[in-house]
Design a protein around this ligand. Structure first.
Ligand code: ZN
Length: 327
């Protein structure tokens, strides 16, 4: 079975390791684990750490892309870049890991809309206009403070939506404020994704989606990926566990139906251990990596998700949307 993780902070990790002289990083740290657990399509964010903001954001994003190209050149039999649905089918047929690239926050674009096409030409196919920080395009929810900013998209952010549509990129609303979400719905008429967001009704965090927002995403034919980050799963994050993920997915199903649910785990312990050595790494991910996927599968089965429904959630829903937009 073919599975999709719609949000993984892969390339910032690869960049850090390669900057220290390592090579074949994806093969060494992730490949076996993906193969073993049947995760064949990975959407890698291009996430810019705050130390690079603002001047180095563009350069760091380009470095991350360059690192992926280097990794593919080193292990072409194992990984490939997917720019469209034909590439995704090719990855499946050739039993390779297909990697898609997503800009998580528009900091690398700054206030220069021409750069969107540059990133598109390099293979980036998803754009989230903001991460936890305000950009020239949009406000983002600061995760730890959980503050609802009043601002949504700027003029530039709205212009980028049209540009993204024209190019054939997928817009990701995870991290946007409620006003930002509304602005996307007003100024953009394509299906949208929330690649890594959970349910606000169950865990009252602004990074999570309200039932109304989820309904709007479903009406557009979009997909919401379940996030394994403990803060978005349980009021008491230290108690967050995989059954909370199944609970959130069950709620998503009651609001949107099965066809609009996917996986966007946002695993971050690999980054925490690499970039922030002093942090306790285990408290962030409720699910301890792809190796615990079988537990989620079991929990969903207990919640009454049939095998067919689970297959849709694990791959088909996101793939349906990719096949519509990524030509
Ligand atoms: Zn994120």
């Amino acid at each position: 079975m073919f599975r999709v993780d719609a949000h993984f902070d892969l390339l910032c990790f690869v960049y850090e390791k390669r900057a220290k002289g390592e090579t074949r990083v994806i093969e060494k740290y992730f490949y076996d684990n993906w193969i073993k657990n049947n995760f064949n399509i990975i959407v890698s964010s291009i996430f810019i750490d705050s130390i690079f903001i603002p001047e180095m954001a563009l350069r760091n994003a380009l470095d991350q892309i360059s690192c992926l190209y280097e990794e593919i050149a080193e292990t072409p039999e194992k990984i490939m870049l997917c720019k469209n649905y034909i590439d995704i089918e090719k990855a499946e047929k050739e039993n390779k890991i297909g990697i898609l690239m997503s800009l998580e926050g528009s900091e690398p674009i700054g206030n220069d809309p021409f750069l969107l096409r540059t990133f598109y030409e390099l293979g980036v196919r998803f754009i989230g206009l903001a991460w936890n920080r305000r950009t020239y395009c949009a406000d983002g929810i600061p995760v730890c403070k959980n503050l609802n900013k009043q601002y949504g998209l700027t003029d530039l952010g709205i212009d980028l939506l049209s540009k993204a549509k024209e190019l054939g990129m997928i817009v990701d609303v995870s991290h946007l404020t409620d006003q930002g979400f509304e602005d996307v719905m007003t100024f953009y008429d394509m299906p949208v994704i929330a690649s890594h967001s959970n349910c606000r009704t169950l865990t009252d965090h602004l990074r999570n989606l309200t039932d109304v927002q989820m309904k709007k995403i479903a009406q557009r034919g979009g997909v919401v990926g379940i996030n394994s980050f403990s803060l978005f799963l349980n009021k008491e994050p230290l108690k967050a566990c995989i059954s909370d993920m199944a609970e959130h997915m069950s709620h998503m199903r009651s609001i949107m139906g099965t066809d609009h649910i996917g996986l966007g785990f946002d695993f971050c312990s690999h980054i925490r251990s690499s970039l922030y050595e002093s942090e306790e790494k285990d408290k962030f991910d409720a699910m301890n990596g792809y190796d615990e996927f079988w537990i989620l599968d079991k929990e969903l089965s207990k919640k009454g998700f049939s095998e067919d429904e689970r297959e849709r959630v694990y791959s088909k829903n996101f793939l349906r949307l990719y096949s519509q937009i990524l030509q």
